[in-house]
Write a protein that binds this ligand. Structure first.
Ligand code: PMP
Length: 402
């Protein structure tokens, strides 16, 4: 892969020649093809979808629906009706909590999640437990950033109705054994929701092989625009679920007394959707597919291997959940330097990393730290940038330790 050529596709690096962007787990930069797609929609065929009987409305509808097909292929869903467009992972998870959870959970039932979850895969379940009387259980994590699945019978029981698990951790980069979790869950007749926010941008996903019931992800973390993501759900589940938001487009008939619902997936897409963003997501999927997800993973693996070697040269630097075989996300602390101070100093060198709890406060509690630094890599990062990060951290430590 020619990284220089890839970088040239991202105008932000031309506009910010000093920028070293290592906060890709938070959001990613956009290739020109995605930016052009948004602009072309607004300039050439801006109109609402699914309702206009004129040329540009039909063009917009076709572009929007073609992204549904692309999204289904991208995650290997067999039926494009299983793809619901949402604002992102957070909304996808909330949709399941309201529409599936509201109908299927009651007092005495259990929702099983893990101590590794992002807040967006915790809070909707806490709220659902409050509404339904169900209880929330956690699969613990080990100090080295893995799920502790040594005693599955303790967690997967006949009370378990739903299991929600992060596929790749946004803090450690750990890739969880989702297939095993799906098998354990299905053995006790529970459904499984996979938080795919951090896996979909970086590795090939096959929801059919995983056999998960729900899979949520965000466009902005995989080169697409903000404001768009998707929920994959098995079509038979979508059929039986109640609507999430009510309004235009999600109905078939409306009378003053009652209404009936549109077919899936439109039953879950009330109102005017984020048309431009969905079409832009299609361009991001095209870009990634052209590169090949196996190549994207290979670029990241090389960067991750290199970063582990380089960061190990810094005395006093501790990586949380360090291991070779995981995603290209490195959480660390160094000496007594507070993560916010380090991130601030690195910013003065043009290096953007994340500092804080990464929306995963239970992990911080488990690690016994208030915060970590996090460097996360993507297909446009280079080894030179990792050298600059290493030098930057060394300089920051020097400044602190005098
Ligand atoms: N889950 C994980 C693992 C994430 O990393 C994120 C974003 N940081 C989310 C969920 C939420 O995604 P969004 O903000 O795009 O809804």
């Amino acid at each position: 892969m020619n990284i220089t050529q890839i970088r040239n596709d991202f105008p932000i690096f031309t506009h910010n020649p000093e920028l070293i962007f290592l906060d890709n787990a938070s959001t990613t930069q956009k290739p020109q093809a995605v930016i052009d797609t948004l602009r072309e929609y607004y300039e050439n065929y801006n109109s609402n979808i699914h309702r206009g009987i004129y040329r540009i409305a039909e063009e917009a509808t076709a572009a929007y629906e073609s992204t549904r097909n692309k999204t289904a292929s991208f995650i290997h869903a067999e039926d494009s009706r299983s793809i619901v467009f949402t604002r992102g992972t957070t909304e996808s998870i909330n949709l399941v909590a309201y529409s599936w959870g509201g109908k299927n959970l009651k007092a005495g039932d259990e929702i099983l999640i893990t101590e590794m979850e992002h807040h967006s895969n915790i809070i909707p379940w806490q709220l659902l437990c409050e509404r339904s009387g169900a209880a929330l259980k956690y699969i613990p994590i080990t100090k080295d950033g893995k799920l502790d699945l040594s005693e599955p019978d303790k967690y997967f029981t006949d009370k378990t109705k739903l299991v929600c698990v992060i596929h790749q951790s946004n803090v450690f980069g750990t890739v969880n054994p989702v297939e095993e979790i799906v098998r354990l869950a299905h053995n006790c007749d529970a459904k499984v929701l996979v938080d795919g926010a951090q896996i979909a941008p970086h590795h090939a996903v096959d929801v059919t092989r995983l056999d998960c019931d729900f899979f949520a992800f965000s466009g902005h973390k995989m080169l697409g625009p903000t404001g768009v993501g998707a929920l994959y759900a098995k079509p038979e589940l979508l059929e039986e679920m109640d609507p999430f938001l009510g309004g235009g487009e999600m109905i078939r008939t409306v009378s003053m007394e009652s209404s009936t619902w549109n077919d899936i997936p439109w039953k879950f897409e009330a109102g005017t959707p984020n048309i431009a963003q969905v079409i832009g997501l299609g361009a991001a999927i095209d870009y990634l597919s052209e590169l090949g997800m196996e190549n994207v993973s290979a670029i990241e693996k090389e960067l991750h291997d290199y970063a582990r070697v380089k960061l190990a040269e810094i005395s006093g630097l501790k990586i949380y959940g360090d291991r070779e075989d995981k995603g290209a996300v490195i959480s660390f602390n160094v000496g007594n330097v507070h993560s916010h101070d380090l991130a601030h100093i690195l910013d003065t060198f043009g290096i953007a990393i994340r500092a804080g709890h990464h929306c995963a406060q239970p992990i911080m509690q488990k690690l016994g730290v208030p915060a970590t630094n996090r460097a996360s890599f993507y297909l446009y990062n280079t080894k030179e940038e990792i050298d600059r990060l290493t030098e930057g951290i060394m300089k920051a430590v020097e400044m602190f330790e005098g």
